[in-house]
Design a protein around this ligand. Structure first.
Ligand SMILES: [Zn+2]
Length: 246
């Protein structure tokens, strides 16, 4: 299998955005046991890569530094961190969290730099984390340019990858961001197919891996079926936007 995993916070609160730290360690151990390589996105998306997982963290919660980083180091696996530069700067508020979520503390730039030093690639999740569908083209470009400039100046390297805020995207947005990044990721819930539009790559939300039993089944046909059904239900409910209208 080839898939991109999405995490937000690594903590014990059991919120919908949280993945337990012991379970995160179990996942890394299980992937090693199953000989499923954890690779960076460039390697995962290369033509000759047939098997692997990439780890992504969205939004930039402080728990990624506190709880995930020691395990990423211990297991020596890469990861990508999608940050909204304005949120890390403190210029704007974090995105609204789902009901019953704790108030997540966010990373500061020193912690983001420490993550980068440990091999975590810092990527763009826009500057202010807006619903891009509501913005004019020049405003979308500005969101990307500001984030790219700030991340470049802080990290010494422009982001290679982009995550749509809330996973919301459409044909108009894909064409605006396509040329700016090596690839853009969404919240469409499935593993990678043989061919994919690099402006809208699917990911597996770790929410659906929140038990040891589910993690053990990660590469099984049963898990694929489970995810396919859940993806269909999410599309029916309209909880993600893959619509092509502007
Ligand atoms: Zn986000």
């Amino acid at each position: 299998m080839r898939a991109i995993l999405t995490f937000h916070s690594i903590d014990a609160s059991a919120s919908v955005l949280s993945f337990d730290v012991r379970l995160f360690e179990f996942l890394l151990a299980e992937l090693a046991r199953k000989a499923i390589p954890v690779c960076d996105l460039g390697t995962l998306l290369a033509d000759d890569t047939k098997k692997g997982l990439a780890i992504t963290f969205d939004d930039g919660m402080k728990s990624v530094f506190q709880n995930a980083l020691p395990l990423l180091r211990e297991y020596q696996v890469p990861a990508h961190l999608f940050v909204s530069s304005g949120v890390i700067n403190g210029d704007c508020a974090p995105p609204p969290w789902p009901a019953n979520s704790p108030t997540f503390e966010m990373l500061d730039w020193q912690e983001v730099e420490a993550l980068q030093l440990a091999g975590v690639r810092v990527e763009s999740h826009t500057h202010t984390h807006p619903d891009l569908r509501s913005l004019a083209a020049n405003q979308v470009v500005e969101e990307c340019e500001r984030a790219d400039e700030i991340i470049s100046s802080r990290m010494g390297k422009k982001p290679d990858y982009f995550a749509y805020p809330f996973g919301y995207h459409n044909a108009r947005l894909r064409e605006i961001v396509r040329g700016r990044y090596c690839a853009c990721v969404t919240t469409e819930l499935r593993k990678l197919g043989v061919t994919e539009d690099t402006a809208a790559l699917p990911r597996l939300d770790s929410y659906y891996l929140r038990s040891r039993a589910h993690i053990r089944l990660i590469d099984s046909p049963l898990m694929q079926l489970n995810l396919m059904l859940r993806n269909r239900m999410r599309n029916l409910k309209g909880s993600q936007c893959v619509a092509d209208q502007d």
